[in-house]
Design a protein around this ligand. Structure first.
Ligand code: CUA
Length: 315
């Protein structure tokens, strides 16, 4: 897989790599340390009291405790003020993370079992989220099938992606880096493969990438096909080692004649692969469910060529 691993630079949280990440982390740690302080204080006093004031003789009875107005006011007002502080920190952080700056680059995100697709204002599409360094990026997201959830741990942003409506989130990455992008809502058997990369480029490199329609480096067709297979989540349903999953394995597929659901057979060649990517329901292999989503509009002809070239090599 082309997904980079998450960079962990402390025991607690992964590297904070977006402009809002530090404020989200400080809100988190504020709640964390306040909770830890009160946990130790309360449990400490409880344990101390249980030992210090334990019953020592059979006939011993407890002393009657009278109420203390000062104590009751203190343990109401002090936590009340603390909760207001936490609320203020939380609500400002929430608003900051939801409202994108006006100059943000807008990218459309489409989630589909089990891949991500990113569409840029000039029509460029990509299976990797490529963004310029130091500029806010606003994501407008929707799903073609079920609920997915967009998550970049190093940016501290997470948002559900839902069919039939748009959700939105934004971030700004100040450094050139690669970060892992995960689906964090269980969406089916291939959920764990629904990962890709956020590739933060310097502004000039990003412009070149965008102007060239999203091509960064020239890969050989087999390498490009392998990358597409991984990035588009094909591996969520199709193994490459012969294991039976939701869909047929790709191992030894090429040139094989498959029995088709509803009668007849089909030889697995260029046209069969192309048809299966664009109109998956046309010729479903016998014994498998007709559940594959279409890649119409997501894969260009050259991408389909690359997938074919790669599948020929899976023996
Ligand atoms: Cu998409 Cu989990």
């Amino acid at each position: 897989m082309s997904t980079p691993s998450i960079q962990v630079d402390s025991f607690w949280l992964p590297k904070a790599s977006s402009t809002i990440a530090p404020s989200i982390d400080s809100a988190y740690y504020l709640v964390y340390w306040v909770s830890l302080f009160f946990f130790l204080l309360i449990v400490g006093l409880m344990v101390y009291s249980a030992i210090r004031f334990r019953r020592r003789r059979e006939d011993q009875v407890g002393r009657r405790v009278r109420q203390s107005l000062a104590l009751e006011l203190a343990w109401t007002i002090i936590p009340g003020i603390m909760l207001m502080v936490l609320f203020a920190v939380g609500v400002t952080g929430f608003v900051d993370s939801r409202v994108a700056p006006g100059n943000a680059l807008e990218v459309q995100v489409t989630a589909q079992m089990y891949s991500w697709n990113f569409t840029y204002p000039n029509g460029t599409t990509s299976a990797e989220l490529v963004v310029p360094q130091g500029r806010p990026v606003k994501l407008v997201m929707s799903s073609t099938d079920t609920i997915h959830s967009f998550w970049v741990p190093e940016f501290r942003i997470k948002q559900d992606v839902v069919p039939g409506m748009y959700t939105s989130i934004w971030f700004e990455a100040p450094e050139v880096m690669k970060a892992a992008l995960l689906c964090t809502e269980y969406c089916g058997v291939g959920h764990s493969t629904m990962t890709t990369t956020v590739n933060v480029m310097d502004a000039a490199k990003f412009k070149t990438w965008l102007d060239n329609g999203g091509t960064e480096v020239e890969l050989s067709p087999v390498e490009a096909g392998k990358k597409i297979f991984a990035e588009r989540g094909c591996g969520g349903c199709h193994s490459t080692n012969g294991t039976r999953m939701v869909g047929p394995s790709m191992k030894g597929l090429w040139g094989h004649t498959a029995e088709i659901e509803g009668g007849g057979s089909a030889k697995v060649d260029e046209n069969y692969i192309r048809e299966s990517l664009l109109t998956p329901g046309a010729k479903v292999v016998k014994g498998y469910p007709n559940v594959m989503p279409t890649f119409q509009g997501l894969l260009k002809d050259k991408d389909i060529d690359a997938v074919i070239a790669y599948l020929k090599t899976v023996e």
